[in-house]
Design a protein around this ligand. Sequence first.
Ligand code: S3P
Length: 171
Amino acid sequence: MKNIILIGFMGVGKGTVAREVAKNSKYINLDTDDMIESMQNTSIKKIFKEHGESHFREIEKDVAIWLEKSVKNTLISTGGGFYKVKNLKKIGTIILLDSPFDAIIKRIKEHPNAKNKLKKRPLLQDLQEAKKLYDLRRPEYLALADIVIDVTDKDAQECSKELLKKVKKYA
Ligand code: S3P
């Protein structure tokens, strides 16, 4: 089994889908944001605030190098900007969770913990800026993806089933 890497915009549901896939398969889930928070013993929000975004991106690069060298048979969910690391393709099969910007924001706002979901993401503080980032990134996500899953109006179970079916070809 090759690694699977989940990419996609903030709030699209990478973590939720990854947990569902892990529940229904042999994959173990690693999340790059969780790894960074435990490595640095602090939150992503604080890393951005105290050291700036560029420092966070450097940590992402280190994580990517470590993943390429040391991790196999694993489902890796990533932060929305992780796809920029140079060695992404070498880590595993890339799966894009895709959805229109408005549907993503609706999904976040409907979550019982919406306030915290928005608060913890520095790049979602200004929705106009976030939309610009989305428009910039979407073609780049599409260009990198081996597999695209449209997650709009699908629950985690449906997405997980579709993912496991499509990924078989790449295993
Ligand atoms: C980021 C997405 C976040 C987190 C950081 C930066 C981005 O992860 O890595 O706030 O650049 O899109 P999620 O995609 O899980 O929100």
